[in-house]
Design a protein around this ligand. Sequence first.
Ligand code: SF4
Length: 214
Amino acid sequence: MTIKVNEIFFSIQGESVYAGRPCIFIRLTGCNLRCIFCDTIYAYYEGEDLSIQQILNKISCYTCSLIEITGGEPLIQDKTPALIEALQNKGYEVLLETNGSIDIGKISKKCIKIVDIKCPSSRESKNNRFENIKLLTQKDQIKFVISSKKDYLYAKKILSEHDIKIAGSNILFSPAAGKITPAELSEWIKSDSLNVRLNLQLHKIIWPNKEKGV
Ligand code: SF4
């Protein structure tokens, strides 16, 4: 019973309501999507097979109670729900970042889910699993990565068409690096008085030249 792990590192949470908090990251190997702007291509195949106990041993050197499981796409590995529960049993607060294409129903209710809804520019919006929306609770978050006005209008349409129960403060609009500026996205949000949160990739501001381990 092993899980393929691409990297484990200690950093600052950069892309959610938790941004700014010290956080242990467990990046799992593999992804079922191929977003055009993917910045973790290195996680598609490379990794080490570890047991849950070996993962617990590796993270025990960090003095931090917040953990994020990310990828790749963590939910393509069937042991991920067990890993989340093992971490929670050890007292960790666990965030799961998922690309939104896979059923989140098997994940512990206590786990904080950060669920992407892919916009058209990613070329993966056909894989959005909208059934996940009704499984979200108030502590969970939805994230749109926005590369263009077309993406912004798509995100707005999704918000109006679905019965989204989580607060606007947990709905993240992230400008895609190099595609639109934070200022442009801010203006669109302001002009529509949209009740969402502008979400900047804090780790890329802190470490602009680092590609892994942030
Ligand atoms: S879902 Fe995430 S890891 Fe997978 S291709 Fe898209 S950006 Fe990359």
